[in-house]
Design a protein around this ligand. Structure first.
Ligand SMILES: Nc1ncnc2c1ncn2[C@@H]1O[C@H](COP(=O)(O)OP(=O)(O)OP(=O)(O)O)[C@@H](O)[C@H]1O
Ligand SMILES: [Mg+2]
Length: 301
């Protein structure tokens, strides 16, 4: 078990620091560089979206950010702690302390009440039952669903279920809210409500990292990180990203387009195409299997 470390929570403090992160999957003869030299710093109080087409490497990056998986190479510091050499138990521990997950399909446990669902992360954090109830109710009030606390998830609309999952994520008081396509299963009006709620949470000081394939959703964040073929080819304010899209410069990963993007993004953070295909970066392939089950404890309850 990792020693418990008090996390300072000061605006501007670095929460996520990635240096040349690569994640390689080997499928028979084929080597897929799902993440290929990612350099990324995210600070407390930011609202960042990570956007890219299907297969660009977003979920791979999210799994690393959320300590669900470890990179093949490169260094990842989460709240100042090096995630690279952690055991599964240590990864679970840092996840519980640092990350609140929000998934596209809500991942609520169907046989538990809304309140019990929100209490779950606190149960893992070994918070006493009275405090669990109190903190969970507070989060349900925050998302406006205290009246539904005794209902089951399937008695709620999609938007309401997603609000419950946000309450659950917040209940553990995480440093980072990490959302993977949080509006992916919702209609546009409900999506708008969820995005407005994220903005409010961010204004209250919460750090949010949101993964999406949709530019219009990505633009709701303050900062956009664009990933193409496992590399960052834009990283900057949402307003700048909007300009880039308007100028039609996002013609995907063709080298010419990447060059243009580097001008508006941060050149030092763009990928390194010259390193593509180095076989020596292959490793740890036994970990290619997703480990999301560790935060989707369906077996509990
Ligand atoms: N466990 C795995 N084993 C082998 N290849 C994988 C694995 N996970 C992802 N990949 C490959 O890595 C690349 C990036 O996948 P990833 O799931 O990160 O993309 P994504 O941007 O999340 O896509 P989507 O928008 O469709 O969810 C893809 O080529 C994918 O096929
Ligand atoms: Mg994905």
């Amino acid at each position: 078990m990792a020693k418990v470390k008090t996390v300072r929570r000061e605006p501007g403090e670095v929460l996520i620091e990635m240096k040349d992160i690569c994640k390689t999957y080997v499928m028979g003869e084929e080597v897929v560089k799902a993440n290929d030299g990612i350099n990324l710093v995210i600070r407390m109080g930011e609202f960042v979206s990570i956007v890219g087409k299907s297969g660009s490497g977003k979920s791979t990056l999210m799994n690393i950010i959320g300590a669900l998986d470890v990179p093949t190479s490169g260094q990842y510091l989460l709240g100042g702690e090096d995630v690279g050499d952690m055991t599964q138990n240590e990864l679970a521990d840092i996840r519980n302390r640092m990350i609140g997950f929000v998934f596209q399909q809500y991942n609520l446990l169907p046989r538990l009440s809304i309140l019990e669902n929100v209490e779950l992360p606190l149960l893992y954090a070994k918070v006493s039952s009275s405090e669990r109830r109190e903190r969970a109710m507070k989060q349900l009030e925050r998302v406006g669903l205290q009246d539904k606390c005794q209902n089951r998830p399937n008695q709620l609309s999609g938007g309401q279920q997603q609000r419950v999952s946000i309450a659950r994520a917040l209940a553990g008081n995480p440093a980072i809210l990490l959302a993977d396509e949080p509006t992916g299963a919702l209609d546009s009006r409900t999506s708008g409500q969820i995005l407005r709620f994220f903005k409010e949470l961010n204004e209250e000081g919460n750090t949010i990292v949101m993964i999406t394939h949709d530019n219009s959703i990505a633009l709701q964040a303050k900062r956009v990180v664009r990933i193409t073929d496992g590399k960052i080819n834009f990283d900057g304010p949402a307003a700048e990203y909007a300009e880039v899209i308007r100028a039609g410069q996002l013609a995907e990963a063709r080298p010419a387009a990447a060059g243009k993007l580097a001008e508006v993004g941060r050149p030092e953070e763009t990928g390194r195409p010259e390193e593509a295909g180095k076989p020596e970066e292959v490793g740890r392939t036994e970990e290619a299997g997703r480990t999301e089950e560790t935060v989707r404890p369906e077996e509990v309850g």
